[in-house]
Ligand binder design. Structure first.
Ligand code: PLP
Length: 375
Protein backbone atom coordinates (compact mmCIF):
# COMPACT_ATOMS: atom_id res chain seq x y z
CA UNK A 1 0.00 0.00 0.00
CA UNK A 2 1.18 3.54 -0.76
CA UNK A 3 0.43 6.74 1.06
CA UNK A 4 -2.39 8.86 -0.35
CA UNK A 5 -0.31 11.52 -2.02
CA UNK A 6 -1.72 14.84 -0.81
CA UNK A 7 1.33 16.64 0.57
CA UNK A 8 3.97 18.37 -1.57
CA UNK A 9 7.07 17.24 0.34
CA UNK A 10 10.73 18.28 0.28
CA UNK A 11 13.00 15.27 -0.16
CA UNK A 12 14.69 15.67 3.23
CA UNK A 13 13.67 13.00 5.70
CA UNK A 14 14.34 13.87 9.34
CA UNK A 15 15.17 10.75 11.31
CA UNK A 16 16.39 12.30 14.56
CA UNK A 17 15.93 15.59 16.35
CA UNK A 18 17.22 17.48 19.32
CA UNK A 19 16.25 20.97 20.52
CA UNK A 20 15.90 23.11 17.41
CA UNK A 21 17.86 20.76 15.16
CA UNK A 22 16.65 18.00 12.85
CA UNK A 23 19.00 15.36 11.38
CA UNK A 24 18.59 13.45 8.14
CA UNK A 25 19.81 9.91 7.36
CA UNK A 26 23.33 11.19 6.62
CA UNK A 27 23.28 12.96 10.00
CA UNK A 28 23.28 16.38 8.35
CA UNK A 29 21.84 18.94 10.81
CA UNK A 30 18.98 21.26 9.80
CA UNK A 31 17.87 24.26 11.83
CA UNK A 32 14.13 24.01 12.42
CA UNK A 33 12.57 27.46 11.98
CA UNK A 34 9.11 26.05 11.27
CA UNK A 35 8.46 23.42 13.94
CA UNK A 36 6.09 21.40 11.74
CA UNK A 37 3.54 24.26 11.52
CA UNK A 38 4.08 25.59 15.07
CA UNK A 39 3.74 22.14 16.57
CA UNK A 40 7.16 22.05 18.21
CA UNK A 41 6.82 24.46 21.10
CA UNK A 42 9.46 23.30 23.62
CA UNK A 43 12.00 21.89 21.16
CA UNK A 44 12.48 18.38 19.81
CA UNK A 45 13.03 15.43 22.14
CA UNK A 46 12.99 17.49 25.34
CA UNK A 47 14.09 15.09 28.15
CA UNK A 48 11.37 16.20 30.60
CA UNK A 49 8.69 15.76 27.95
CA UNK A 50 9.98 12.31 26.97
CA UNK A 51 10.09 11.23 30.61
CA UNK A 52 6.52 12.44 31.18
CA UNK A 53 5.24 10.39 28.24
CA UNK A 54 7.27 7.25 28.92
CA UNK A 55 6.37 7.27 32.64
CA UNK A 56 2.72 7.49 31.67
CA UNK A 57 3.10 4.73 29.10
CA UNK A 58 4.52 2.51 31.82
CA UNK A 59 1.45 3.14 34.01
CA UNK A 60 -1.55 3.20 31.72
CA UNK A 61 -0.82 4.24 28.17
CA UNK A 62 -4.25 4.77 26.77
CA UNK A 63 -7.84 4.26 27.77
CA UNK A 64 -10.95 5.96 26.44
CA UNK A 65 -13.10 8.59 28.15
CA UNK A 66 -15.46 5.99 29.61
CA UNK A 67 -13.63 6.01 32.95
CA UNK A 68 -12.52 8.99 35.09
CA UNK A 69 -9.07 10.17 34.05
CA UNK A 70 -7.23 11.97 36.84
CA UNK A 71 -4.51 13.37 34.61
CA UNK A 72 -7.13 15.31 32.62
CA UNK A 73 -8.00 17.24 35.78
CA UNK A 74 -4.31 17.89 36.48
CA UNK A 75 -3.91 19.24 32.96
CA UNK A 76 -6.99 21.47 33.22
CA UNK A 77 -5.73 22.84 36.53
CA UNK A 78 -2.22 23.61 35.27
CA UNK A 79 -3.54 25.10 32.03
CA UNK A 80 -5.96 27.37 33.90
CA UNK A 81 -3.14 28.56 36.12
CA UNK A 82 -0.78 29.30 33.25
CA UNK A 83 -3.14 30.91 30.74
CA UNK A 84 -5.09 32.93 33.32
CA UNK A 85 -8.53 31.46 32.58
CA UNK A 86 -8.69 29.80 36.02
CA UNK A 87 -12.42 29.18 36.30
CA UNK A 88 -13.10 28.14 32.69
CA UNK A 89 -13.74 24.55 31.56
CA UNK A 90 -11.66 22.39 29.24
CA UNK A 91 -12.87 19.89 26.65
CA UNK A 92 -10.05 17.77 25.27
CA UNK A 93 -9.87 16.69 21.62
CA UNK A 94 -7.27 15.46 19.12
CA UNK A 95 -6.73 18.27 16.62
CA UNK A 96 -7.32 21.89 15.78
CA UNK A 97 -10.20 21.20 13.41
CA UNK A 98 -11.94 19.08 16.04
CA UNK A 99 -11.47 21.84 18.60
CA UNK A 100 -13.16 24.33 16.26
CA UNK A 101 -16.00 21.91 15.42
CA UNK A 102 -16.75 21.54 19.09
CA UNK A 103 -16.52 25.28 19.68
CA UNK A 104 -19.21 25.79 17.00
CA UNK A 105 -21.37 23.14 18.67
CA UNK A 106 -21.14 24.76 22.09
CA UNK A 107 -21.98 28.15 20.56
CA UNK A 108 -24.91 26.80 18.57
CA UNK A 109 -26.29 24.75 21.47
CA UNK A 110 -26.18 27.95 23.50
CA UNK A 111 -28.02 30.40 21.25
CA UNK A 112 -29.78 28.06 18.79
CA UNK A 113 -28.36 29.86 15.75
CA UNK A 114 -26.35 28.66 12.75
CA UNK A 115 -24.73 31.67 11.09
CA UNK A 116 -20.96 31.96 11.46
CA UNK A 117 -18.93 35.10 10.80
CA UNK A 118 -15.37 34.38 9.65
CA UNK A 119 -12.61 36.37 7.94
CA UNK A 120 -10.67 36.57 4.71
CA UNK A 121 -7.47 34.53 4.89
CA UNK A 122 -8.82 32.40 7.76
CA UNK A 123 -7.94 28.74 8.31
CA UNK A 124 -9.87 26.73 10.86
CA UNK A 125 -9.53 23.10 9.74
CA UNK A 126 -10.82 20.46 7.37
CA UNK A 127 -13.70 18.60 9.05
CA UNK A 128 -17.49 19.08 9.18
CA UNK A 129 -19.66 16.41 7.62
CA UNK A 130 -19.37 13.36 9.89
CA UNK A 131 -22.00 14.58 12.31
CA UNK A 132 -24.45 15.29 9.49
CA UNK A 133 -24.16 11.64 8.41
CA UNK A 134 -24.55 10.33 11.96
CA UNK A 135 -28.03 9.09 12.86
CA UNK A 136 -28.36 10.61 16.31
CA UNK A 137 -30.58 13.67 16.67
CA UNK A 138 -29.16 14.40 20.14
CA UNK A 139 -25.84 15.53 18.75
CA UNK A 140 -27.23 17.60 15.88
CA UNK A 141 -27.17 21.34 16.54
CA UNK A 142 -28.64 24.09 14.35
CA UNK A 143 -25.11 24.80 13.11
CA UNK A 144 -24.79 21.19 11.84
CA UNK A 145 -27.99 21.51 9.82
CA UNK A 146 -26.73 23.93 7.22
CA UNK A 147 -24.34 26.46 8.68
CA UNK A 148 -24.13 29.70 6.76
CA UNK A 149 -20.66 31.29 6.78
CA UNK A 150 -20.32 35.00 6.02
CA UNK A 151 -16.80 36.26 5.44
CA UNK A 152 -15.44 39.75 6.01
CA UNK A 153 -12.07 41.47 5.67
CA UNK A 154 -10.21 41.91 8.95
CA UNK A 155 -11.07 45.36 10.18
CA UNK A 156 -14.33 45.73 8.24
CA UNK A 157 -15.95 47.43 11.22
CA UNK A 158 -19.10 48.46 9.38
CA UNK A 159 -19.76 45.17 7.59
CA UNK A 160 -19.28 43.08 10.72
CA UNK A 161 -21.32 45.48 12.82
CA UNK A 162 -24.27 45.47 10.40
CA UNK A 163 -24.22 41.66 10.21
CA UNK A 164 -23.99 41.01 13.95
CA UNK A 165 -26.64 43.61 14.71
CA UNK A 166 -29.18 41.55 12.73
CA UNK A 167 -29.17 39.42 15.90
CA UNK A 168 -29.10 36.01 14.23
CA UNK A 169 -25.36 35.26 14.25
CA UNK A 170 -24.32 32.15 16.17
CA UNK A 171 -20.65 33.05 16.51
CA UNK A 172 -17.69 35.01 15.22
CA UNK A 173 -14.45 33.06 14.81
CA UNK A 174 -11.06 34.76 14.50
CA UNK A 175 -7.47 33.58 14.73
CA UNK A 176 -5.34 35.29 17.38
CA UNK A 177 -2.91 35.89 14.50
CA UNK A 178 -3.71 34.36 11.11
CA UNK A 179 -1.10 31.72 10.31
CA UNK A 180 -1.92 30.10 6.97
CA UNK A 181 -3.26 33.50 5.83
CA UNK A 182 0.25 34.97 6.05
CA UNK A 183 0.74 36.12 9.68
CA UNK A 184 -1.92 38.80 9.89
CA UNK A 185 -3.15 40.15 13.19
CA UNK A 186 -6.59 41.63 13.82
CA UNK A 187 -6.32 45.22 15.09
CA UNK A 188 -6.84 45.44 18.83
CA UNK A 189 -9.67 47.98 18.58
CA UNK A 190 -11.36 45.70 16.02
CA UNK A 191 -11.26 42.79 18.48
CA UNK A 192 -12.72 45.00 21.20
CA UNK A 193 -15.46 46.17 18.84
CA UNK A 194 -16.36 42.57 17.97
CA UNK A 195 -16.44 41.77 21.69
CA UNK A 196 -18.93 44.50 22.50
CA UNK A 197 -21.14 43.66 19.49
CA UNK A 198 -21.19 40.00 20.61
CA UNK A 199 -22.20 41.09 24.11
CA UNK A 200 -25.07 43.21 22.77
CA UNK A 201 -26.50 40.41 20.63
CA UNK A 202 -25.78 37.18 22.54
CA UNK A 203 -23.32 36.16 19.81
CA UNK A 204 -20.46 33.87 20.82
CA UNK A 205 -16.91 35.11 20.24
CA UNK A 206 -14.48 32.27 19.44
CA UNK A 207 -10.72 32.85 19.29
CA UNK A 208 -8.88 30.17 17.32
CA UNK A 209 -5.48 29.99 19.00
CA UNK A 210 -4.60 26.65 17.41
CA UNK A 211 -1.46 28.13 15.86
CA UNK A 212 -0.95 31.39 17.75
CA UNK A 213 -1.50 30.01 21.26
CA UNK A 214 0.69 28.33 23.84
CA UNK A 215 3.08 31.22 24.39
CA UNK A 216 4.18 31.57 20.78
CA UNK A 217 3.50 35.31 20.53
CA UNK A 218 4.98 36.29 23.90
CA UNK A 219 1.73 35.88 25.85
CA UNK A 220 -0.08 32.61 26.49
CA UNK A 221 -2.70 33.46 23.85
CA UNK A 222 -2.28 36.07 21.10
CA UNK A 223 -5.63 37.74 21.87
CA UNK A 224 -4.33 38.56 25.35
CA UNK A 225 -2.21 41.32 23.78
CA UNK A 226 -5.51 43.12 23.10
CA UNK A 227 -6.91 42.58 26.62
CA UNK A 228 -10.07 41.08 25.13
CA UNK A 229 -11.73 38.01 26.60
CA UNK A 230 -13.57 35.76 24.13
CA UNK A 231 -16.23 33.20 25.11
CA UNK A 232 -14.45 30.13 23.70
CA UNK A 233 -10.79 29.52 22.85
CA UNK A 234 -9.52 26.67 20.71
CA UNK A 235 -5.98 25.31 20.78
CA UNK A 236 -3.92 22.39 19.47
CA UNK A 237 -0.57 22.50 17.68
CA UNK A 238 1.97 23.60 20.33
CA UNK A 239 -0.05 21.96 23.09
CA UNK A 240 1.50 18.50 22.68
CA UNK A 241 4.86 19.37 21.05
CA UNK A 242 4.02 16.86 18.33
CA UNK A 243 1.70 14.58 20.27
CA UNK A 244 -1.81 14.97 18.75
CA UNK A 245 -3.89 16.83 21.31
CA UNK A 246 -6.24 19.78 21.17
CA UNK A 247 -8.56 21.57 23.52
CA UNK A 248 -11.58 23.84 23.76
CA UNK A 249 -11.53 26.34 26.61
CA UNK A 250 -15.11 27.18 27.51
CA UNK A 251 -16.36 30.13 29.56
CA UNK A 252 -18.22 29.01 32.72
CA UNK A 253 -21.46 30.66 31.49
CA UNK A 254 -21.90 27.68 29.10
CA UNK A 255 -23.51 24.76 30.86
CA UNK A 256 -22.22 21.26 30.25
CA UNK A 257 -24.64 18.37 29.99
CA UNK A 258 -23.99 14.70 29.37
CA UNK A 259 -23.69 13.86 25.71
CA UNK A 260 -23.33 17.47 24.53
CA UNK A 261 -19.81 16.79 23.23
CA UNK A 262 -17.81 13.58 22.92
CA UNK A 263 -14.75 11.85 21.50
CA UNK A 264 -13.07 8.46 21.94
CA UNK A 265 -9.43 9.47 21.98
CA UNK A 266 -9.66 13.10 23.11
CA UNK A 267 -7.88 13.58 26.43
CA UNK A 268 -6.28 10.13 26.57
CA UNK A 269 -3.62 9.58 29.22
CA UNK A 270 -0.64 9.93 26.92
CA UNK A 271 -1.95 13.13 25.31
CA UNK A 272 -2.48 14.62 28.77
CA UNK A 273 1.01 13.59 29.90
CA UNK A 274 2.48 15.20 26.78
CA UNK A 275 0.45 18.38 27.28
CA UNK A 276 1.40 18.59 30.97
CA UNK A 277 5.05 18.03 30.12
CA UNK A 278 4.87 20.92 27.63
CA UNK A 279 3.32 23.29 30.18
CA UNK A 280 5.93 22.36 32.78
CA UNK A 281 8.80 23.05 30.39
CA UNK A 282 7.23 26.34 29.24
CA UNK A 283 6.96 27.40 32.89
CA UNK A 284 10.35 26.14 34.13
CA UNK A 285 12.31 27.48 31.19
CA UNK A 286 10.35 30.76 30.93
CA UNK A 287 9.66 30.13 27.27
CA UNK A 288 6.89 32.71 26.92
CA UNK A 289 9.34 35.40 27.99
CA UNK A 290 11.94 33.90 25.65
CA UNK A 291 9.49 33.96 22.73
CA UNK A 292 8.94 37.67 23.35
CA UNK A 293 12.61 38.58 23.74
CA UNK A 294 14.03 36.44 20.95
CA UNK A 295 11.08 37.40 18.74
CA UNK A 296 11.93 41.08 19.22
CA UNK A 297 15.59 40.36 18.49
CA UNK A 298 14.66 38.45 15.33
CA UNK A 299 12.34 41.21 14.11
CA UNK A 300 15.06 43.80 14.82
CA UNK A 301 17.67 41.87 12.82
CA UNK A 302 15.22 41.31 9.95
CA UNK A 303 14.45 45.01 9.78
CA UNK A 304 18.05 45.64 8.64
CA UNK A 305 17.58 43.57 5.46
CA UNK A 306 16.67 45.92 2.58
CA UNK A 307 14.98 43.32 0.32
CA UNK A 308 12.25 42.71 2.95
CA UNK A 309 9.02 44.58 2.25
CA UNK A 310 7.22 43.93 5.53
CA UNK A 311 7.71 42.04 8.80
CA UNK A 312 4.51 40.94 10.53
CA UNK A 313 3.61 39.02 13.67
CA UNK A 314 4.68 38.85 17.27
CA UNK A 315 7.12 36.82 19.31
CA UNK A 316 8.09 33.68 17.43
CA UNK A 317 5.22 33.84 14.94
CA UNK A 318 6.76 35.93 12.19
CA UNK A 319 5.84 36.61 8.56
CA UNK A 320 8.48 38.06 6.23
CA UNK A 321 7.00 39.54 3.09
CA UNK A 322 9.00 40.19 -0.09
CA UNK A 323 7.83 41.68 -3.35
CA UNK A 324 8.45 38.35 -5.12
CA UNK A 325 7.34 34.74 -4.61
CA UNK A 326 9.42 33.00 -1.94
CA UNK A 327 9.33 29.37 -3.13
CA UNK A 328 12.90 29.52 -4.54
CA UNK A 329 14.22 31.40 -1.55
CA UNK A 330 12.83 28.72 0.78
CA UNK A 331 14.40 25.97 -1.34
CA UNK A 332 17.79 27.70 -1.11
CA UNK A 333 17.38 28.10 2.65
CA UNK A 334 16.66 24.39 2.94
CA UNK A 335 19.12 22.85 0.51
CA UNK A 336 22.03 25.32 0.70
CA UNK A 337 21.70 26.66 4.25
CA UNK A 338 20.00 23.65 5.89
CA UNK A 339 17.16 25.66 7.43
CA UNK A 340 13.48 24.71 7.45
CA UNK A 341 11.03 27.59 6.99
CA UNK A 342 7.34 27.73 6.14
CA UNK A 343 5.09 29.24 3.51
CA UNK A 344 1.53 30.57 3.62
CA UNK A 345 -1.36 31.18 1.24
CA UNK A 346 0.34 34.50 0.48
CA UNK A 347 3.05 33.32 -1.93
CA UNK A 348 5.36 36.25 -1.12
CA UNK A 349 5.55 35.51 2.61
CA UNK A 350 7.93 33.24 4.52
CA UNK A 351 6.37 31.97 7.74
CA UNK A 352 8.63 31.41 10.75
CA UNK A 353 7.39 29.32 13.67
CA UNK A 354 10.53 28.04 15.41
CA UNK A 355 10.53 26.24 18.76
CA UNK A 356 10.06 28.69 21.65
CA UNK A 357 13.46 27.83 23.13
CA UNK A 358 15.63 29.14 20.29
CA UNK A 359 18.26 31.69 21.25
CA UNK A 360 20.22 34.52 19.63
CA UNK A 361 22.72 32.04 18.19
CA UNK A 362 20.03 30.38 16.06
CA UNK A 363 18.61 33.75 15.03
CA UNK A 364 22.07 34.91 13.94
CA UNK A 365 22.52 31.73 11.93
CA UNK A 366 19.18 32.30 10.22
CA UNK A 367 19.89 35.98 9.47
CA UNK A 368 23.33 35.23 7.99
CA UNK A 369 21.79 32.47 5.85
CA UNK A 370 18.93 34.67 4.67
CA UNK A 371 21.31 37.48 3.69
CA UNK A 372 23.45 35.02 1.79
CA UNK A 373 20.61 33.54 -0.25
CA UNK A 374 19.27 37.03 -0.97
CA UNK A 375 22.60 38.32 -2.25
N1 PLP B 1 -6.89 26.53 13.13
C1 PLP B 1 -5.72 27.09 12.77
C2 PLP B 1 -5.48 28.53 13.08
C3 PLP B 1 -4.74 26.34 12.12
O1 PLP B 1 -3.59 26.91 11.75
C4 PLP B 1 -5.01 24.98 11.86
C5 PLP B 1 -4.01 24.13 11.15
O2 PLP B 1 -3.13 24.60 10.46
C6 PLP B 1 -6.24 24.43 12.26
C7 PLP B 1 -7.14 25.23 12.90
C8 PLP B 1 -6.55 22.98 12.01
O3 PLP B 1 -5.78 22.19 12.85
P1 PLP B 1 -5.58 20.61 12.55
O4 PLP B 1 -4.76 20.51 11.32
O5 PLP B 1 -4.91 20.10 13.79
O6 PLP B 1 -6.94 20.05 12.38
Amino acid sequence: MKLFNVYPLFDVEPVEADGCLLYDQQHTAYLDFYGGHAVISIGHAHPHYIKRITDQLGKLGFYSNSVPIRIQKDLAHKLGEMCGYYNWNLFLVNSGAEANENAFKVASANNGRKKIIAFEGAFHGRTSLAVAATDNPNILFPVNEGAEVIRFAFGDFDGVEAEIKKGDTCCVILEGIQGVGGIKEPAQDFLRHVRSLCDETDTVMIMDEVQSGYGRTGRFFAHQHAFVQPDIITMAKGMGNGFPVGGVLIHPKFEARYGLLGTTFGGNHLACAAALGVLEVIENEKLIQNAKEIGNYLAGELSGIPQIKEIRGRGLMIGIEFDFEVADLRKKLLYEQKIFTGSSSNKNTIRLLPPLNIGKKEVDQFITALKEVLS
